[in-house]
Design a protein around this ligand. Structure first.
Ligand code: ARG
Length: 285
């Protein structure tokens, strides 16, 4: 069955806003408050630094910096000392196309957008779902992958779907769409869970499901498949898809790189390279 769908038409989605994103003080006009007189100040340059490095700057530097959270197999995860995965291969293809090296910084998922805004990275590739909330702080490329939130439970659990999460303790990865779906602060989700427990790593929540410390985990479907694959006799993924989400890479607001990324993503799709990368990491079904 073909689960992966690539629709390069940006179908803007929805309602799953993201809570845990830090503040967005990206401007650096620290002393504008004091009645200063140097009128022709550096507004222009501070604007351009907010929109990230230019292609020229990146080429001169010889490397492009990606920030991610490498706890998300099959999209980004550690294999020994290496960080590998679908996003990493796509990012490498983009870097190749730009003629620069790819440098990857692995941080907490909830810190990715703040890091981008602070100019510490050129882009985010992290199986990141497009949300209206995030769009206030970053520009997304066209989407390259469709996903959904899924529920993982112990094999013998009586939880059979979202309705059964009522009153249960559910693990999520901090700052993800699974987190906002379960936390439901804005009342937009169709679920009411007992308690949300946040983890830095999806795999730790899965361990707690296995150990019986929590009742379920809500996490992206393909990541859920990988977690279950490793513990098939202990946990299972329910069939129900809780949400519809689209993954895209994120760039600083106003970045001139976004169009370039879209061009390259389209080429990767047209040439079949994207399919190739995905099937390398996804379990055949
Ligand atoms: N798709 C979800 C989101 O955008 C989860 C992404 C988590 N990614 C990661 N690399 N840990 O919130």
């Amino acid at each position: 069955m073909k689960k992966r769908l690539v629709a390069l038409a940006l179908a803007a989605m929805t309602a799953f806003s993201m809570a845990a994103c830090g503040s967005s003080t990206s401007g650096s006009s620290s002393d504008t408050a004091s009645g200063e007189q140097a009128a022709s100040s550096d507004t222009a340059s501070s604007d351009s630094s907010a929109s990230g490095r230019t292609l020229d700057e990146i080429k001169k530097d010889g490397k492009i910096i990606m920030v991610t959270n490498a706890e998300f197999e099959p999209f980004e995860y550690k294999d020994g000392d290496d960080i590998v995965g679908i996003d990493v291969d796509i990012a490498n293809a983009i870097a190749d196309e730009l003629g620069v090296k790819l440098e990857i910084q692995d941080i907490a998922f909830a810190s990715c957008i703040p890091a981008l805004q602070a100019g510490k990275a050129d882009f985010i590739a992290a199986g990141m779902s497009i949300t209206e909330e995030r769009k206030k702080n970053v520009d997304f490329t066209d989407n390259y992958f469709n996903a959904s939130q899924a529920i993982i439970v112990p094999v013998d659990s009586d939880i059979a779907g979202r309705a059964d999460l009522a009153g249960k303790t559910v693990g999520v990865q901090t700052g993800t769409t699974g987190d906002s779906y379960c936390t439901n602060e804005d009342g937009s989700s169709d679920v009411q869970v007992g308690e949300v427990k946040r983890y830095e790593k999806a795999v730790d929540a899965a361990q707690d499901v296995i150990a019986g410390r929590i009742d379920a985990e809500v996490i992206d479907n393909f990541v859920a498949d990988k977690l279950v694959e490793k513990n098939p006799d202990k946990i299972k993924k329910l069939d129900e898809a809780l949400t519809e989400e689209q993954y895209a890479m994120a760039l600083p607001k106003g970045s001139e790189l976004t169009d370039k990324f879209n061009e390259i993503l389209k080429d990767l799709q047209d040439s079949g390279k994207l399919d190739e990368i995905e099937s390398k990491y996804l379990s055949a079904e």
